[in-house]
Design a protein around this ligand. Structure first.
Ligand SMILES: [Zn+2]
Length: 78
C-alpha cells in the first residue's frame, strides 16, 4: 500500500486513488514525492527511546579500530 493516496496514471495521466488506472488499466504511481523535512520532527522521542544520555548508550556505540591496528591488517594482507 502506497503511503500517498493520490496516484497518477503513467499512460493517460489521469488521477486516481488506485494503483491501477480505472480508465486504461495502466500503472498509476504516486502523484508527488512524499513530504520530507530535513528537520527530524521526532528527534526528541527517538532520543528518549534510545536513552542517549545514559553511559550504556555511549558504550554501545561502534568504534573504529585504531590506525595502528588498521595498518597492521593491511601489512598482513600483502
Ligand atoms: Zn490511465
Amino acid at each position: 500500500m502506497a503511503r500517498q493516496l493520490l496516484q497518477q496514471c503513467v499512460v493517460c495521466q489521469d488521477w486516481t486513488l488506485e494503483r491501477i488506472c480505472p480508465k486504461c488499466d495502466g500503472a498509476a504511481n504516486a502523484a508527488a514525492p512524499l513530504k520530507w523535512s530535513p528537520e527530524d520532527q521526532r528527534a526528541n522521542i527517538r532520543r528518549k527511546m534510545y536513552n542517549v544520555e545514559s553511559p550504556e548508550w555511549t558504550a554501545a556505540l561502534p568504534e573504529l579500530e585504531s590506525l595502528e591496528e588498521m595498518r597492521l591488517q593491511i601489512l598482513e594482507e600483502e
